[in-house]
Design a protein around this ligand. Sequence first.
Ligand code: IVH
Length: 669
Amino acid sequence: MSKKKKLTHKTAKAAEPAAQAEELREQIRHHEHAYYVLDLPEISDAEFDALFLDLRRLEDDHPELVTADSPTQRVGGEVSEQFAKVRHRSPMLSLQNAFDEDEIRAFDRRVRGAIGSDVHYCAELKIDGLAISLTYEHGRLVRAATRGDGTVGEDVTANLRTIRSVPLTVDPIPGLPPVFEVRGEVYFPIAAFERLNAEVEAQGKPRYVNPRNTAAGSVRQIDPNVTASRDLQTFMYTLDPGGPCRSQWDVLTSLQKMGFRVNKHRRRLASIEEVVEYHAEWQRRRHELEHEIDGVVIKVDRFDQQLELGFVARSPRWAIAFKYAPEEAETDVEEIACYVGRTGVLTPVAHVKPVVVGGVTVRNITMHNEAQVNEKGVYVGARVVIHRAGDVIPEIVSVKEPKQGWRMPRKCPVCGGKVVREEPYIAHRCINPFCGAQRLERVRHFASRGAMNIDGLGYATISQVIDRKWVADPSDLYRLTKEQVVELEGFAAKSAEKLIAKIADSKRPSLGRFLYALGIPQVGEATADLLAVEFGSIEKLGSATAEQLNAVEGIGPSMAGEVQQYFEGQGGELVGRLLAAGVQPEAMEAHGGGPLTGKTFVFTGTMDGMGRPEAEALVRRLGGKAASSVSSKTDYVVAGPGAGSKLEKANKLKLTILHEQQFLELIRE
Ligand code: IVH
């Protein structure tokens, strides 16, 4: 399996069929291992497929040459109606849990109290999948089983054989008995899970809830072809009996040697401080992984010490799961409110009974529009599953008993104005331009970080100055006086002076920031920068025709129309008032070849404030290249939510990965 010689396609030709078949099998096993276990493919997918086809043809012509462990036999023909029950040779135990530092330190004290201070821990990631057991006899996989209740599991051999990182044959390390068992975890890689969900969505079927349940469902399919189509993966961590191994660390090394997939982030740690650090490191880095983890597992490394510690109930005393806060939780929808944005668009927000997800208390979940509320089947009183991964915004993954029929209000919840749905948009809008909510949101957007960046001018202050009728639009901010600000709640002489100074400091923004601050419909940060580079001044942009705008790469007809109409109407008046108040936007220039000359960008996933075409056009306008696929020649990968295989590849190639905000910062540098 781990032979170093580079096997090539050609060596298998011309020999006797039996020898040819064996040679092809060897090659395929080698490349399966390189690809699925080591993540280090040596040949292209097409070359691999060619080898596979050669073997399949040969076996078709000579059926007597087919062996049970041939790579072509991963998917057997059988569809079983029920899984046979399997009694485990030794029970599959579970782990005690620790949820915080105190609990993990208490574990360490118990361990040291029992066996003394000469302890090393083997630390591993806790893979969020399902436990499986693989039994080998004379180097051949004979049975695969789920954990079941720990004593009796289900025989899922036909299904697990289809997972390419599960070796059908192995070279056991010297000293292992003829029958041994390997245990570990099957999981659904996030990218594969996203792909599956994209597929089911395209077929109009409901999305799968999470990778773990879907992995479990995929392993328990009656048709192995379904399991085979799911791109499941494995990590193995137990060898029973351990044979010559003297520690957990030895086991992991030996499993890897035998061709099993073993997680590379394992570490041998000398103290509980290092354990705490390891736990914190992977809490921070968990989203770099291609799979979900729900904690780390800490095991006393040496087997003689494990033996001394023994077991309590159904868990070993020598191991513990040091968990992370769950990223999914169930709660109830108490209300669906509607918020009015700066362009008047109404956004439904589900207020839920507060619940901790991914370490943060979630109370509100924003949904996009009426259609989305109904697609998910959300309503007041619904029991919902909420997901929040890392710094990702919480979302409703599923509804226990979905119901359709939720409607947007017909009147604006803030000003009582008329709410319309302008075809073809799916959004509902309050069309009263004097709506207080819109006014507030416009000023808030104007002052926000990506826009004029007026530090210290938050929601509370803006609502006060609007309520007092000192500010009706952003240009009024520049007329505020220190005497006025002092009167506001939360201000004293010094802080008022500071705010006035900050407002004055914002008078020379880059043209890109200024355009973004105006809040022109459809113009996000990247588009604003693009227009700024393209037109150079607010006067030129303000007088551009829709045709001239549309001629810019990255600006489509609908956006061109919005920009032109904006300047022709009330937007143009606002710009006039801002310039009169002393605001002087500075042009952004692409010097010479442009600051991004020679740099290649790839965009993947969705972005909040910009569309991909605009972002790509901006890169090109600044001299860079926007490519569609990731390679070692890519300089930056800009990744947003939903990024899949491109992000995975970028990680593998150790490329620089930027989030949307980092991309914009880079552009503005
Ligand atoms: S060791 C006796 N190591 O966590 C110890 N378990 O509650 C057996 N798991 O059922 C488990 N990653 O499914 C171990 N690196 C890891 C693990 C791991 C995930 C799961 C496993 C087990 C559960 C324990």
